[in-house]
Design a protein around this ligand. Structure first.
Ligand SMILES: *Cc1c(COP(=O)(O)O)cnc(C)c1O
Length: 423
């Protein structure tokens, strides 16, 4: 369920008609619903109760400061994967004790920043990283909490570009080597191994891979405890999928996911952490765009929109599906026709979908891409010198621009001319 519904024939975001936002900020734009973001966080939070737990929102899905501020106010923790994201977390008000640092390429500068300003834990992904973090922590006279991200070698059954838990992926340490690595950490003065981390991929629509991975984590917890390590926290990653295609079978709910967590690792006495991103933000956002032209090709109709692959890259990058709906509600049983929905960028890859049956649309009509709140704005670029599009947050009958569209001067003046080309 989300909060983007037709009312009196017009698509609304909560209590705000989409055309009202469009007339203020122009198309294309992203719009997010506070109620949906809040609801999704609470679903996870409730699904893990009564276990001691922290839901750490994976901000790479949508890192707008206003979204982060909302998450912080709800009591969420946050998962960051770069020094930039760490700074965003602090700026949005997350205390260090609620910031988890993930990612396979943390630099010494990033480690130092997080150690000095406060961190819940580092999730280590390799032995070289473990040695560098130990060196940085020792130099600063600190003893920092870490987990090791183990790669459980399970098939997440998701798109190959977002599967991370198979032996062939670049993430984590093979689970078979984990005991060796924890033994090594025990001898390092700068590190305190407090738990285990696992994250097997994104957009998982089946609970089975989670179950397999978490059972392996449970087994490892026993083994590490027997080796004398005080394992007291399990970070189980993110990855629960969302229904991109409304006509398909819905993926499992957070409550069902919570049951898997309880069944597999619930009796270990560990504090549980999860890192959902997509499920919190994905269906909390729309990308709204206008039709520029309807062009008749040889054997097909092209719907040329003012949004493009630089605004929403998921279809070009992963062949991802997004529901596309008109902002003005079509009449029930009205005529439909297949369109190739494309953007203006000079790449054939700038195609959102081919042969999609949609109600008849004309120039200046608006459409909305559903499920665009995660991995949408954060992955956008200014390719073709198309300005980053505005982001808007709705709260009941109010809305606010939470990132404005830059001016062309701002974009052009970011570049500088070297002295030898001047004059
Ligand atoms: C991307 C990522 C997540 C979030 O994944 P979702 O599919 O958005 O829930 C969580 N943890 C780590 C380490 C990640 O890289």
């Amino acid at each position: 369920m989300d909060h983007f519904l037709y009312r009196n024939g017009v698509l609304h975001a909560e209590d705000v008609p989409i055309p009202d936002i469009a007339s203020e900020v122009g198309t294309p734009f992203y719009v997010y619903s506070t109620a949906t973001l809040t609801r999704h966080f609470k679903l996870f939070d409730e699904a893990l109760a009564p276990l001691e737990h922290l839901v750490c929102y994976a901000m790479k899905a949508n890192s707008n400061q206003a979204v982060l501020r909302l998450m912080a106010s709800l009591g969420a923790g946050v998962d960051v994967v770069s020094g930039g994201e760490y700074r965003r977390a602090k700026a949005a008000g997350f205390p260090g004790e609620r910031i988890v640092f993930s990612g396979i390429g943390k630099t010494a500068e990033e480690m130092e920043l997080a150690i000095q300003s406060g961190i819940r834990q580092f999730n280590l992904e390799s032995e070289p990283e473990m040695h560098l973090l130990n060196a940085v922590a020792t130099r600063l006279g600190k003893h920092v909490p870490v987990t090791v991200r183990v790669n459980p070698d399970v098939d997440a059954k998701t798109h190959e570009k977002i599967a991370t838990g198979k032996a062939e992926n670049k993430f984590g340490i093979p689970i078979s080597r984990a005991r060796e690595v924890y033994a090594e950490i025990a001898g390092l003065p700068g590190l305190d191994a407090i738990g285990i981390d696992v994250h097997i991929g994104s957009q998982l629509t089946d609970l089975e891979p989670f179950e397999q991975a978490y059972l392996k984590v449970a087994e490892l917890t026993h083994a590490l405890r027997a080796d004398g390590h005080d394992i007291r926290r399990l970070d189980l990653g993110g990855g629960l999928g969302i229904p991109y295609e409304r006509s398909n079978v819905a993926p499992p709910l957070p409550t069902e996911y919570g049951d898997v967590v309880k069944r597999t690792v619930g009796d270990l006495g560990c504090e549980i952490e999860i890192e959902p991103g997509r499920l919190i933000a994905g269906n909390a956002g729309l990308l709204v765009s206008s039709v520029i032209y309807v062009k008749s090709g040889e054997d097909r109709k092209f719907l040329i929109l003012d949004a493009a692959m630089n605004d929403l890259i998921r279809p070009a990058m992963y062949g991802a599906y997004h529901d596309i709906i008109p902002v003005i509600e079509p009449s029930a049983g009205g005529e439909q026709t297949p369109y190739d929905v494309v953007g203006p960028v000079c790449e054939s890859g700038d195609t959102f979908t081919k042969g999609r049956d949609l109600p008849l649309l004309y120039a200046d009509d608006m459409v909305a891409f559903r499920s665009a709140g995660a991995y949408g704005a954060v992955m956008s670029s200014e390719y073709n010198t198309r300005p980053l599009i505005p982001e808007v947050l709705v709260h009941e009958h109010q809305f606010a621009v939470i990132r404005r569209r830059p001016t062309f001067d701002e974009i052009i003046n970011r570049d500088t001319i070297p002295e030898w080309l001047k004059g």
